[in-house]
Structures are given as structure tokens and as C-alpha cells.
Write a protein that binds this ligand. Structure first.
Ligand code: ZN
Length: 232
């Protein structure tokens, strides 16, 4: 279980330095632990942005400016209550922001490269604008006994938008394969009209700006309850 005292201590430090709080190791979600370890309120209150998964994988979570949406397999965002449980979530708090214009045609590889130019490791990212070829996803709620994430995602639900306007929010983690984090670019989405969202597989920039929070960003991985769970 995550340590509330640790989370509270981290949050007291929000004035000058940015930081990222991640609840649980990714490998636990990956191996099929979909029980709630935190709630929307615990994780996202006071945050700039965040992402996660709902308990029992009952949809993807997108959080922006203090509002959190649950996007279930029907693809329709619903504002999440503070009490909604999550097995895995990441939130960004404060920090020094830089905002850059992205170039039309930029895809995830270009965005990753733009972020890497300014950062060594962890970055919180917000991209606002208009996009083409956007592919979002959610997944159907699971019932115990849970199967590993890869098997669930064999049945993921995809939502394709030739044109899409909204915000992508998330993180760029180092390309490490230690099972603790999701390496590389990990973005979730919420549309401007709040009618679509979810995990974002891909998007191409038509016109967008990217804001990156750096300056002493760090990750706090809480002690987790699943000992000795290797990556499958
Ligand atoms: Zn995701």
C-alpha cells in the first residue's frame, strides 16, 4: 500500500520544484493487479495533470487542472468522483514549465525527441491543440481472477479520430525496462468538448503547443503490496 505520509510530505514541497508521484509499480498492473491502491482524490488533488487506470480496469483515467475523467469502454468521459479507486496512477505537481510550439506533422516520435532535448529523465507533459489521426483506447471492466494486462489489451476498444481537438497529458519516462515505470512517452487524452478521451496510442500535430515541467522532477514509487511479482 502506498504511504500517505510520504505522499503528504512530497506535496508540501510543491512551491518551487516539480515532482511526479506514481502509485504502485507498473509491473503490478502489468501482471494483473487491478485492485484499487489509491483514489482519484488522494492522487490528483492539487495536481496539474495525471493519468491512470480505474479499479478492475474499468476504463482509463485522464486528469487535468483538478478535474478527472473516467473513460470506460464506451469511450465517453465521465467526471470521476474523488472516491473512485485506481490500481495505478501518476500525477504531476508544480515545477518550472516551458512551453514550445510543436510543428505540424509532429508525431509521437517527434514529441519524444522534443522532450528529450530538454530533459534527462522524467517529464510531465501537456499538449493542447488540434490533431489528426488520433487513436485512443479504453478497455472493458475485468472480473477476478484477473488476467495480465497484455491479455486484456488484446480486447481493447479503440476510438479513431481523423480530426481531433483537445489536450494530451502524461509523462515521458526514461527508456528503462525495470518494470517500475512505463518507459517512453505515455499520454492520455481529453477532447475540448469532453466527448472523447482515453489512453492515446498515437496522434499527429496539426497545430499544438507543448508544456513540459522539469526542474527537479522526481518520481515517488510507494511501497507496494505485491512482493516478488516478476514481469511475465
Ligand atoms: Zn495509458
Amino acid at each position: 500500500m502506498f504511504d500517505p505520509a510520504l505522499i503528504a510530505a512530497v506535496r508540501r514541497n510543491t512551491s518551487d520544484t516539480g515532482h511526479v508521484v506514481q502509485v504502485d509499480y507498473f509491473r503490478d498492473l502489468y501482471s494483473g493487479h487491478y485492485e484499487a491502491h489509491t483514489t482519484v482524490g488522494e492522487t490528483f488533488n492539487g495536481s496539474l495533470l495525471g493519468l491512470g487506470a480505474a479499479a478492475a480496469l474499468d476504463g482509463e483515467i485522464s486528469s487535468l487542472d483538478g478535474v478527472t475523467w473516467q473513460i470506460r469502454a464506451d469511450g465517453i468521459p465521465v467526471v470521476a468522483d474523488d472516491s473512485l479507486g485506481m490500481p495505478f496512477a501518476i500525477a504531476a505537481f508544480g515545477g518550472q514549465a516551458i512551453t514550445l510550439a510543436l510543428s505540424p506533422g509532429d508525431d509521437f516520435a517527434d514529441i519524444t525527441a522534443a522532450v528529450e532535448g530538454d530533459l534527462h529523465s522524467i517529464a510531465a507533459i501537456r499538449i493542447d491543440g488540434e490533431f489528426t489521426d488520433v487513436l485512443l483506447r479504453s478497455e472493458p471492466r475485468q472480473e477476478p481472477p484477473f488476467t495480465p494486462l497484455t491479455e486484456v489489451l488484446d480486447h481493447e476498444v479503440q476510438f479513431a479520430f481523423p480530426q481531433w481537438s483537445g489536450t494530451l497529458m502524461g509523462f515521458r519516462f526514461p527508456d528503462v525496462d525495470d518494470g517500475e515505470v512505463v518507459p517512453g512517452l505515455h499520454l492520455h487524452a481529453i477532447s475540448t468538448d469532453r466527448s472523447s478521451g482515453g489512453h492515446c496510442h498515437s496522434a499527429t500535430v496539426a497545430r499544438a503547443t507543448i508544456t513540459i515541467w522539469f526542474d527537479d522532477l522526481r518520481i515517488e514509487v510507494p511501497e507496494h503490496p505485491h512482493e516478488g511479482q516478476p514481469l511475465p
